[in-house]
Design a protein around this ligand. Structure first.
Ligand code: BTN
Length: 247
């Protein structure tokens, strides 16, 4: 992973470019990075502020031999890889907020946007887009992010090498991807649960139809969050349909 690397000064979104070259047949493991994105995309149609070169904005094209239904595990694996990469390079412990926010202190340090190209029963490619705040000062974030966003610089008071962090994350991603191919799903989920800041917490599940409160138990093998409701029943929540708020 990362043997082929394409770097841009400016681009709309590294995920968009990764999808383009994914369609054109680029090799498995190709990484696309950019200094700045003009149209960085977040989950559920949100924008991702990445108009400066103080963060890491990159996408990885994968060609896994998996059924499309099993791709969810790749996003979980990616969040574990980010956390372990940061531990390895900087010895800083981040957490994961379900489904895949990277949390430092109580603020969001990074996020992951996975996009899939598949036909029934077959995955063409998966793009894993990772955004991580590294050297931002609080003034670099848009007003509405100021009290929600973290950066490694804000946390440590020091500037960090984006290249070293990228290489650390790619290395840990390679390791966890090898586990995934070897079918070690349980071990990946165990790691995810270990880093999770959601598990054990009271959460509010908000979807279009219902809203309820429960305690997050764990993430299941298919990536769904298992929530124990007040009446004792267990519900499985998938990331597409709901928002989870800590209480
Ligand atoms: C989230 O909403 O938490 C996911 C954010 C993902 C942002 C990254 S930055 C690199 C890649 N390119 C994009 O347009 N988005 C992802």
């Amino acid at each position: 992973i990362g043997r082929e690397l394409v770097h841009f000064a400016d681009i709309d979104s590294t995920n968009n470019y990764a999808k383009k070259i994914g369609n054109d047949g680029c090799p498995h493991g190709t990484v696309v990075t950019a200094e700045r994105q003009t149209l960085g995309r977040g989950r559920v149609g949100r924008l991702w502020q990445s108009d400066n070169s103080r963060g890491l904005w990159f996408s990885i094209v994968l060609r896994p031999d998996l059924e499309p239904e099993k791709v969810q595990i790749i996003t979980l694996a990616a969040s574990v890889a980010v956390v372990e990469g940061i531990i390895e390079v900087l010895d800083i412990n981040c957490g994961i907020k379900w489904p895949n926010d990277i949390i430092l202190g109580s603020c969001k340090l990074g996020g992951i946007l996975t996009e899939l190209s598949a036909e029934p029963g077959h995955v063409n490619y998966v793009v894993v887009g990772i955004g991580l705040n590294i050297n931002q000062d609080s003034g670099d974030f848009d007003q509405e992010l100021q009290d929600k966003a973290a950066s490694l610089k804000l946390f440590t008071g020091k500037t960090h090498s984006r290249a070293k962090i990228l290489s650390g994350i790619l290395k840990s991603f390679e390791k966890i991807y090898t586990m995934l191919l070897a079918g070690e799903t349980r071990q990946i989920i165990d790691k995810w649960n270990k880093y999770s800041v959601t598990v054990g917490k009271e959460v509010r599940i908000i979807s279009r139809e219902v809203e309820y409160i429960g305690t997050a138990q764990s993430v299941a093998l298919d990536g769904k969050l298992v929530v124990k409701c007040k009446d004792g029943t267990l519900r499985e929540v998938s990331s597409g349909e709901v928002q989870v708020r800590g209480l």
